[in-house]
Design a protein around this ligand. Structure first.
Ligand SMILES: [Zn+2]
Length: 315
């Protein structure tokens, strides 16, 4: 089938940006996508409602970028949107964090690569699960206390985020090694390093990267952890050592459960792996093909509860 152009003609609809959404979940989603903002515009701007013109411009930029990227990956052998109907949906996946003139457009659901679906599937869901776990609804809070169940008051748990990145040389480690490691360490890190966590979310990402000081290609492999822990519990150590490869860990913690802080922590945890949009199409297409069907994230403890009202989630 001939490849259609990425222009707004043909099957691509035009999105007209109306408003910037100022809810905390929208801020969390924009935060997570901030590595893709033009001219290296940082996190703060994507969180700031005052910068509405910039946010609208950012989403317009991202709509055409992701259209172009999907076509590039298709040409490089990625078959997910091979059928033309699926491809048309992919071309018209609605943006996040803004209201447009197009309501009711169906998301493409390709959260492995689509920045908008990444934000809906990972960021918004994590945010709402945390809010639900901490605040519940008034009716449920009442029900819990009348049944003698512990109800977590917003201030009673700290928000902890731990992001650990390893750089595995492609010529020494192949992707199956990383997928195996993911299976092994998914729960182990929580058990060993944050045993007091009442609820947690663990997510992994893999992206191709180039090490600065030479031209060695590496898989940048990142474990992202969001945990709700009691104030007395210790945070894991920020320094991490691996005798095989370079690695780095960032640990952040905030007390209490302010929605703004939760949004920031959810955005930080689920920051979009930028190289998926910028890395060599052949490597990214191979990565997406190999990881298909692999679970890259899981919820534990009080965040396992799916009692979120359906309409709160984008899909
Ligand atoms: Zn999508």
């Amino acid at each position: 089938m001939p490849m259609k152009s990425k222009s707004a003609s043909g099957p691509c609809v035009e999105f007209e940006m109306r408003d910037v959404i100022s809810t905390c979940d929208a801020k969390a989603q924009r935060y997570a996508l901030s590595p893709l903002a033009p001219n290296g515009k940082g996190v703060e701007e994507t969180l700031d409602d005052q910068g509405t013109r910039n946010i609208k411009g950012f989403m317009e930029h991202l709509i055409s970028w992701r259209r172009h990227r999907i076509n590039e990956l298709r040409q490089a052998g990625w078959t997910r949107f091979e059928k033309s109907v699926a491809w048309i949906f992919a071309m018209n996946c609605p943006p996040v964090g803004v209201r447009t003139n197009r309501t009711g457009m169906r998301p493409c659901h390709e959260h492995a690569i689509c920045p908008f679906c990444w934000a809906r599937y990972h960021v918004a869901e994590l945010y709402f699960r945390v809010i639900y776990a901490l605040y519940g609804t008034t009716r449920e809070a009442h029900l819990h206390s009348s049944q003698g169940m512990e109800f977590y008051q917003p201030a009673s748990l700290d928000v902890l985020t731990v992001r650990t990145t390893w750089w595995y040389p492609m010529n020494k480690f192949d992707l199956s090694f990383l997928f195996m490691d993911m299976e092994k360490t998914r729960k182990l890190f929580l058990q060993k390093s944050i045993p007091a966590a009442r609820g947690a979310y663990v997510q992994y990402s893999i992206e191709p990267a180039v090490v600065q000081d030479n031209t060695l290609n590496v898989w940048q492999y990142t474990q992202r952890v969001f945990a709700l822990i009691p104030p007395f519990a210790e945070s894991p150590a920020a320094d991490v050592f691996d005798d095989q490869v370079a690695c780095k860990r960032i640990v952040k913690r905030t007390a209490g459960g302010l929605r703004e802080d939760i949004a920031r922590a959810a955005g930080f945890t689920c920051i979009y792996p930028r190289e998926l949009m910028t890395g060599p199409p052949s490597l990214v297409a191979a990565l997406l093909t190999q990881r298909r069907g692999t679970r890259m994230s899981s919820y534990y403890g009080i965040l396992r509860n799916k009692g979120i009202r359906k309409r709160q989630l984008a899909f």
